[in-house]
Ligand binder design. Structure first.
Ligand SMILES: [Zn+2]
Length: 66
């Protein structure tokens, strides 16, 4: 059987962002309540999310629950 070339898995962009944020951590970064200490939430526009478990925290306006 011919060797099937597996496509290289593209690194999740979230992790790239995470690395960058790791280099410039500030006190503003919240820790993930699910993962605990050591895991910080990545800042996004209007929200912060955990790159590990996917926990997302919305900032500012509270979205109405439909
Ligand atoms: Zn998490």
């Amino acid at each position: 059987m011919p060797k099937s070339k597996k496509k290289k898995k593209e690194t999740n962009k979230i992790w790239e962002l995470y690395k960058v944020e790791k280099g410039s951590l500030t006190l503003e970064n919240k820790m993930c309540p699910k993962c605990g200490a050591g895991v910080f939430l990545a800042k996004h526009d209007g929200r912060e999310s955990c790159g590990k478990c996917g926990y997302t925290e919305f900032k500012g306006k509270n979205p109405k629950k439909a």
